[in-house]
Structures are given as C-alpha cells and as structure tokens.
Ligand binder design. Structure first.
Ligand code: CO
Length: 136
C-alpha cells in the first residue's frame, strides 16, 4: 500500500526553538512552513534526502496536538507514508478492516491529500497517508 516514508511528525510547543535545535545539531533546513487550520497546527518541513521531518506546533489549547503535548510532552507524534492514490489506498485498508480516524482524505500541508489511521492499527503509532500535490 505504501510507497515510502514521506515524513515523521514531531510535536513541539513552539516551532522556532525546535527548528534551532535541529538546525544546530544536524544542519537541517526548513523547506516549507505553513499554518494548517484544518489540523489546528503550524507545521515546518525540514528536508532529509527525499523525506522530511515535520515539526508541528498547536494553534490553540483545544487542538489535538495541544492535548497530545499535555499528555505526553514533545516528541514523535506520527509517521506518514506516501501513497500514489489515497482514495484507493483508503478503500483497500477499509476492506482489510484497518481502523481509521479519517474515512476520506482531507487537505494537508502543501496542498497534499492526507488521512490518518488509528494508532491501534499500526503498532501504537498514529499513521498518516499522504498523496502529494502535483509537482511535489
Ligand atoms: Co504529517
């Protein structure tokens, strides 16, 4: 179903200090930064080869990421796998009885189409499917 790992998502309280840490330690650069209202986050993508680290910080206290931070603190939030066709991937996973959070795709960072699977479906890790927009 999955083509490759697109990114790992790391939850942080604030983007800039976390960017400074990854830049200082590893020389990683931000290639994209965006407020994703639909997910209640501001996100920054840092390139690692063809993959990315996605830092996400909550836009408000009532967001899922804010609740995650309150409960578990900063750290690994999700793993995102690239798919060529997210609609057929979701249909296939549904047929297999995989537990979904999103029944259908929604808009993600850089106009990608994304959907989340329940952590219980993937060994305890929140799992994202990403179909990149044309040209990314
Ligand atoms: Co993500």
């Amino acid at each position: 179903v999955f083509d490759r790992i697109d990114h790992v998502g790391i939850a942080v309280a604030e983007l800039d200090p976390a960017i400074d840490v990854l830049k200082g330690a590893f020389g990683m650069e931000v290639s994209h930064r965006e407020v994703v209202e639909e997910q209640g986050v501001e996100a920054a993508l840092l390139d690692v080869g063809e993959g990315h680290v996605e830092l996400i910080a909550p836009l408000g206290e009532e967001t899922g990421v804010a609740r995650f931070l309150a409960k578990r603190g900063p750290g690994l939030h999700h793993v995102a796998y690239q798919v060529a066709d997210i609609d057929s991937a979701l249909t296939e996973l549904k047929e297999r009885g995989v537990r979904m959070i999103d029944e259908s795709a929604r808009t993600g960072i850089r106009k990608s189409r994304v959907a989340f699977l329940h952590p219980s479906a993937a060994a305890g890790v929140l799992t994202e499917l990403v179909q990149p927009a044309e040209g990314h």
